[in-house]
Design a protein around this ligand. Structure first.
Ligand code: ATP
Length: 573
């Protein structure tokens, strides 16, 4: 049995190390002590989650509720907790300090094991309906009453979604391999298994049952695969040089759906692997009618304007990703899915097959009703690609995707198996994806929206920190301003996000959660921003303007500091 106090001690050790090797070693030691019944839960705790994203079990307790639980468990006024928090900027440290000072010996802590902690978190997450917040605070207070100061530090960080140990999935995969083999020999197999099921807890449990099961790990319905991603090139010539003869498909600008069917059961997953099934009853019906028992396929969903016989824009299509008014929306904005890949059919994992054979299988099943086939044209030279690219632009599409005929499906990887050529490439306008870390209040005409712009950050892979790159004051529609204000209001925080380097301060900080795509003219050096900062000046976007919300992208996919620097250097040439 693994005690939570050992886990908390391990977390403490990990926090004091910055090297990946050391972290791997510390984690591997912990995994060695862990039972097969506990390992999946422990992995989720290390990841700071309760389940993979598609299971939709989230805790995310608001700061104010956590403060109430801390006050009640530590026996202090809320104001005392708040003032300590203002100083430390970390509720985990606040409770640890208050507990260490105050905790009377009467409040004895008892040994809690990992399964007990995990189950308590799940119980909290699943409490819903009227009075649920009060109940959550009660459960949390009980847990805290049983905790030592160090345990409390990590419990509070976990329930408020701020665990952030700095241990990435690659480190966990390394540590799993080490814990059983003493080296990294099974690392590649573990990673592949993770990429084709997106559930690290499940991979670890399977691995602990038997390492062979990982070597033979197969794709399975209702465990979504990490999507394969495309590299970008700037000209048809570069594409031919890279791939030789290849296939071209149009690049549809909608949202990606991964569709799973087993018998009469269907699930749909977004690119971020959230379950979207209930949002698209029209798509679910069409999939149920397919004459195959089991299938996993992928396509791009796009809303179609029947009377005008044209596709709606990305923004309009995104209105289908909603929680309410689903039936009305499906009538107003009927979806078509342009199916572009198949990953599994009737018990058979197809991901290792080359694209050319997967495509043949795909063509034997689609099109069917609204499940259209993404058209494919084989090409041999750059002229043919140029022609198709022009055709795609004239039809109002985003560009083309070139596909390597011999490539397997590269789950979770950005590879040259797929190459995108988009209309904005090579022009002055470029875009990056950043995460919102704060926002400004409106001035002038914008006062009524209480929204005046965003502070945006990118990710520096070298030191695992977020760095600001732009303040975006324009490009918003009124509707977007209203929507942003409402979304951001809910995730406001008193302190700046952990691991953010900044020089300018917004009116409000927010949890780094929402990804936006921003257009800009070029990149300059500015004393205001911290992206790749050197000699007090960081890289910054010039004339940044909001392009669109990327609800379909997760924060792990934002542009990196290195990419911004590359763009700057390209521009200088
Ligand atoms: P971008 O920001 O350029 O739209 P992205 O970063 O969202 O791209 P990429 O993987 O780089 O994602 O580009 C591929 C995306 O294009 C896929 O995720 C998919 O949603 C979309 N897409 C549209 N048409 C196709 C197609 N025919 N084949 C594959 N993907 C397609």
């Amino acid at each position: 049995m693994l005690f939570f106090k050992d886990v908390a001690e391990t977390f403490l050790k990990i926090e004091s190390k910055s090297g990946r090797l050391e972290m791997t070693d510390i984690l591997a030691q912990l995994f060695k002590k862990t039972d097969v019944k506990e390992i999946d839960k422990l992995i989720y705790l290390v990841q700071g989650i309760l389940a993979p994203p598609y299971d939709g079990i989230e805790l995310g307790l608001g700061e104010q509720f956590a403060i109430r639980a801390i006050a009640s468990a530590a026996g202090y006024d809320r104001s005392k907790v708040e003032s300590n928090y203002k100083k430390s900027g970390d509720l985990g440290l606040t409770i640890e300090e208050l507990f260490a000072k105050k905790k009377q010996q009467s409040l004895s802590s008892s040994d809690m094991d990992v399964l007990y902690i995990y189950d308590s978190f799940v119980k909290m997450a699943k409490t819903s309906g009227q009075g649920s917040q009060e109940l959550k605070i009660k459960y949390l207070t009980e847990l805290l009453n049983n905790s030592s100061p160090t345990e409390a530090r990590f419990i509070i960080r976990f329930v408020t979604g701020r665990l952030r140990l700095g241990v990435g999935d690659p480190t966990i995969l390394d540590a799993l391999s080490f814990s059983r083999t003493g080296d990294k020999s099974l690392r590649e197999e573990l990673e592949r298994a993770y990429n084709v099921c997106s559930d690290l807890g499940y991979v670890a449990k399977t691995f602990f049952e038997s390492p062979e099961k990982i070597v033979e790990f197969k794709v399975q319905p209702f465990k979504p695969l990490q999507p394969a991603l495309a590299e970008r090139l700037s000209t048809p010539k570069e594409i031919i040089e890279k791939l030789g003869s290849c296939s071209i498909e149009f690049k549809f600008d909608g949202f990606r759906l991964q569709c799973h069917k087993k018998g009469n059961e269907v699930e749909l997953y977004s690119r971020k692997l959230e379950k979207m099934t209930h949002m698209f009853p029209d798509v679910v019906d069409a999939i149920k009618k397919l004459k195959v028992k089991e299938i996993i396929f992928e396509g791009e969903a796009l809303a179609f304007n029947e009377p005008q016989k044209r596709y709606f824009s990305f923004q309009q299509t995104m209105h289908r990703r909603r929680k309410h008014g689903i039936d009305a929306a499906s009538k107003e904005l009927p979806l078509n899915i342009f199916v572009f890949d198949i990953l599994y059919l009737n018990g058979k994992d197809l991901t290792a097959q080359p694209y050319s054979s997967r495509r043949k299988t795909l063509e034997s099943i689609f099109p069917e009703e609204i499940l259209k086939l993404s058209e494919k044209i084989d090409v041999k030279n750059e002229k043919e690609i140029e022609k198709l690219f022009k055709q795609s632009i004239s039809e109002g599409l985003e560009g083309i995707m070139a596909k390597d005929l011999a490539s397997p499906y590269t789950a979770g990887k950005r590879k040259f198996a797929w190459i995108k050529l988009k209309k904005s490439y090579g022009k002055a306008v470029d875009t990056i994806d950043g995460v919102i870390v704060g926002y400004y209040l409106g001035k002038g005409a914008r006062v009524e929206f209480e929204f005046g712009g965003l502070l945006l950050a990118v990710y520096n892979e070298d030191n695992a920190r977020l760095e600001t790159v732009a303040r975006i004051g324009s490009g918003y529609t009124e509707e977007e301003m209203k929507e942003l204000q409402e979304m951001l209001e809910e995730i406001k925080t008193t302190a700046p996000p952990d691991k953010l380097d900044y020089k300018v301060e917004p009116d409000f900080w927010v949890q780094p959660k929402y990804v936006v795509e921003v257009a800009f003219d070029d990149i300059t050096l500015s004393p205001m921003h911290t992206c790749g900062v050197k000699d007090d000046r960081g890289y910054a976007l010039r004339f940044p303007r909001m392009q669109k919300m990327r609800g379909d992208k997760s924060i792990s996919e934002i542009t990196t500091t290195r990419e911004v620097v590359d763009l700057y250097e390209k521009q200088m040439k």
